[in-house]
Every structure is written in C-alpha cells, then in structure tokens.
Design a protein around this ligand. Sequence first.
Ligand code: PGA
Length: 248
Amino acid sequence: MKYIFGNWKMYLGYSESVDLAKDLALQNFDTQKVSLAVFPAAIASKTVADELQNSNFAVGAQDVMWLPSGAYTGAVSAQMFKDIGCRYALVGHSERRHIFEEHSDTVRKKLEASREAGLIPVLCVGETKEDTEQDKRQYRLKKQLMSAFEGLRLNSGSMLIAYEPVWAIGTGDACLPQDAEDIIGWIKQEIVHYSLGNVPVLYGGSVTAQNVLSYTSISDIDGVLVGGVSTKKDEFTSLIRSVNNLYV
Ligand code: PGA
C-alpha cells in the first residue's frame, strides 16, 4: 500500500476547493493499494471534509496552532481541525519553516498538539540547496528529526514523515529517485533511536503523474506528498490511478 497525499497550499479558494472535493468524491480507488488524503486551505476544510466523508479520501490540516483555544488571533487549533473531521495534519512544512520562520520548537509543539488532538501528524523535513552545497544534508535532517522526536512518546502507526528537499518543492527539479531512496532509508535508520515504531516515510517535491511510479516502485518509499499537481483534477486522478493500478 502507498500513501498519496495532496497539499493544496493556498492555490485554491473556497469554491475551487469544494468543486475539486466533489470531483474526487466520485472517484473510486482501491484503498488496499492507496491511502489518500487532501489538505485544503483552512477556510475550506470543513466543507471539503463533509464532501469527502464517504469517499476514498481523508482530509488533513495544512498547519495547526498548538494550543486548543484562546486569544490567538488568526490561528486554528489542531483540536478544531479534528472536530470538523480532519484525520491528518502537516507539521513543519518547508513553507512554514522558511516563509513563516517556524522554528524547531514550534514544530515540536505542533507535532505534540496534533497527537493530543487525535490527528495523525505528517512531519515534513528537508534540506535547502545551500545545505546540499555545503555537504550538510544529513546534518540538517538529523537536527530536524532530533528536535521533533527526542523524548517523544508515540504509538506505532500514529505518524508519518515526508522527506521534501526544499530545492525540489514547486521547482520541477524533483529529487532523483535513487537519492530519495538513499535518504529515506537513512531517515528510517535515524529514527530507530526514538522508538517510534513503524513510521511511513513519503517523498515530496515536484511529483507528477509522469514521475510518480519512479518513487512508489521503491519499497522504502511509502508514498508521495504532492503539491501543485494535486490541485488539478485530471492530473491528480491519473497520478493516483497509475499507482492504484500497480500495487497491492
Ligand atoms: P510540489 O509541492 O509538488 O508543488 O513540489 C510539494 C509540497 O510542498 O508538499
């Protein structure tokens, strides 16, 4: 089984999100082969969750506030997303880390809050181009993993990781499948220290209907996190269908 998650970012407004959810609700995939979720903008998440309630797709939050309620202007808590039917939460996406200057302690709080609220966090990690140029890829990933997991108690199966090199996100410059395989294998070794049980690791960064099988055909890569392409109904459904048709 492979995970295919679609992060709609801030690409789609309310009506566009609802229209896409309605289209996806009509699709039929084999959930033994693909585990599917979409992450709409917060403003659309309730309606999208309602539209997809009896479909093959779960819904997730793109970002969560770690405190459950209170005087936090502009924020939406993990608990609030859980209450409207979300199953997952992206935590520490590179756009949150880099554009919103989210630090590792914030990422950690969001990870814990998601778990407490009963959401399954998808921790996003990835190195920048400069990290790679300075031969600091593993150093960066190690730091991100350590600050997220040191001392954390989790039950097996209760979280995922997405390896998303920053330079590959939205650029068309996808990571070579062999490289993604090596790094994801290394991440799986690294997290053994934290006794987290089984944590699926996805690849993300310029995944398309054309290149998806080059990732999902690798056994260590448990699925993909798709950005831009997941907002386009035909491309996204053909991406899912090609994985759906291949794997048991
Ligand atoms: P992309 O985004 O597929 O548009 O590169 C991936 C992501 O940010 O999750």
